[in-house]
Design a protein around this ligand. Sequence first.
Ligand code: PEP
Ligand code: MG
Length: 897
Amino acid sequence: MTKWVYSFGDGKAEGSAAMRNLLGGKGANLAEMSSLGLPVPPGFTISTEVCTYFYDNGKQYPDELKAQADAALAGLEKALGMKFGDPSDPLLVSVRSGARASMPGMMDTVLNLGLNDVTVEGLAAKSGDPRFAYDSYRRFIQMYSNVVLEVDHGLFEEILEHAKDEKGYRLDTELTAEDWKAVVAQYKATVEEELGRPFPQDPQEQLWGAIGAVFGSWMNQRAIVYRRLHEIPASWGTAVNVQAMVFGNMGNDCATGVAFTRDPSTGANLFYGEFLVNAQGEDVVAGIRTPQPLTVAGKANSDDGLPAMEEVMPDVFAQLMDVRDKLEKHYRDMQDIEFTVQQNKLWMLQTRTGKRTAAAALKIAVDMVREDLITEQEAVQRVDPSALDQLLHPTLDPKAERTVIGRGLPASPGAASGKVVFTADAAEAQAGKGEAVILVRIETSPEDIHGMHAARGILTTRGGMTSHAAVVARGMGRPCVSGAGELRIDYAKKQMFAGDKVVKEGDILTIDGGTGEVMLGEVPTIQPQLSGDFAELMGWADRFRTMKVRTNAETPMDARAARKFGAEGIGLCRTEHMFFDADRIVAVREMIMASTEKGRRQALAKILPMQRQDFVELFQIMQGLPVTIRLLDPPLHEFLPHTDEEIATVAKAAGVDAEALRQRAVQLKESNPMLGHRGCRLGISYPEIYEMQARAIFEAAVEVMKKDGETVTPEVMVPLVATRKELDILKAIIDRTAKAVIEESGRKIDYLVGTMIELPRAALKAAEIAESAEFFSFGTNDLTQTTFGLSRDDSGSFLKDYQDQGILDQDPFQSLDTDGVGELIAIAAERGRSSRPDIKLGICGEHGGDPASIQFCQQVGLDYVSCSPFRVPIARLAAAQAAIAGGEAALRKTENA
Ligand code: PEP
Ligand code: MG
């Protein structure tokens, strides 16, 4: 018989943390905490397999489920000596979802389940606090009606607001037992009016209604969107956790709170969290009351001056510190916990691996190695390479003028500027048009996720460091300022007020997620400084990785930046990018437009010294590291003169007639330039261009070797080759030029000649091509374009339809299509090696900086990846993780040892 239900509590559990797939994250960790002997209210988990069964079988449960759940509930009753539905001492439960991957706020929760008109009296008598009992009952009706019965939540808010207004109350806590009783009556009447039937009084009916609602919510729109954004398969399903209630709202010796075992923003080894006295779980997240800090140190960092738990509940605080210690030692990672205090006794409701900023991830990983909690290899695996982007993010220039109009919490680091929008939909729509936007909300909710994703930054006027906005923004790596309370938002007018200043939709705002400042207009930024921890982790990563990391760079500035980030050479120097400078574009145009070889040579002679100087600088910056220079690959249209003025300037420089030049421009215009006269095809038609470039490369190499005594080994790369013949013809020119420069200079030059693999034909004919090519560099931008027959420049407008309809998981220009394009790479690598076993293999398309693509590069055995300078650290870390995952790092470590 299949086991569908797993019990936990009282120092033991049927499940464990390892059973996450079956029990969901929450259920698995509740089981684990129980087994650890931590104080967990007893309960049971209905497995994710039930969810899968439910959706596979027309929303029916497996036959044995009811009996297993009944038995588990009976176990609960026995453990607590209470009965579900007992009129005098009712057992109450919470029903919560718990998916395999944490999906914060996406699924629904029902608390205080088991209350009805009779049991509420029992609870009142038992607790001696009718106010508490009726407050709990009205919360239950409100939550259950909303989540399970789908009655509009606003109706209940209205009733409550009205009740408060009538009595002249400001806070919910001012309502008396009699007041709550009246509210409960109105709530029930509303439910009956809305549904045409009364609020369910039978606890069993309530329980199965809530369980069904949790499974139902797995397919609600918010959950579907969240899964799409986080690539969580719908087939995973959610578990349901049914757990005995403990109450944080039974009086002033009760509380509820959330905490991180270390600071999730900086990673500092400090206990970090918030709690509310006499409150129930959702009150903390809802931001209705201002939470108090847990520690005295935390209090010192807040403006409110509210007393810390350490001061007001020292005994409970000591229990909590003990739990913190146990959890960190056991899980060996920073935990995000939820707890409730009932009459001075601590109860743990949840633990999970805490989300953190990149800075915190880095610090925690490095600190935990120092604390002997984890190994260096684990530290390397712990940091998400893409998240490093956050650390490399620009920050505000401290010297820049700024008009600060408000301040909130520094919820997620980085600075961002953009146009103000007040809704998630507007953020998505405007970002889709290429606008930078700042999403400004009173607070965010899971419905806003798509807008938060689209925005450059997020600003809220309500909510703390653990609010939805803060947690989600940190996870996404978006700068965020939360709880900027002095700012007031009027959604209807689409305006925000900061004192007497008005910020309208479309105005530019800058936020600094590191300080919490909100500024008018765009404030200039500066590049980040990297911490010692960063260097330490990168050092470990470098020891584990087996692939080299190079950079795509052609300017000295980029090359220097890349060296600072640890690039081990240049994998792609796009020489056409060096041709755009104002002082050389005229000569370049002259060369392209020339209709005779003589005319071209005349223009090339002007370009040669400039090109040589470019290469001298790159060789000097790279100090003997490999430098791959790609010969000209111009999309011709980008170089043609367009305006009359441009034509006149080129005509004058070339000494030709302007009208003739205009004619030539028309002649050169291609209808499909990406598949036209570009790459090596240009070298085939006009060999003198490649000859000039080869000369510039070799002369520069000689100059640097003579001046600096450095060995320079240029790698000359021929683009867009489809046939071996093309390469042979061009290689002969390169070799001939090298020979000439060697003879002229009397210096020996070691160099390699290789090719890019950017066309399917080249990949298929790799064995043949490798007989001539000493290296291959996969140009996956063009290879993706030509494999899919999908324009690099035009696909952005419709790729989203492909992603929405599940045809493609990702934009194949961002993350390698390992199935299709990847197969061509694997074929080319294998065939290339078959004819030249020591052929050097690399990648220089955009994918060279994408962690998932880097993983693939490791699998096919590339020697290096090359990416833009800012992605170099990401690539170093991703390459280390790929090597570890492939078991190759371990090998290398043993060899070293
Ligand atoms: C490529 O095609 O992947 C490549 C690196 O070349 P480019 O982007 O310059 O076409
Ligand atoms: Mg290309």
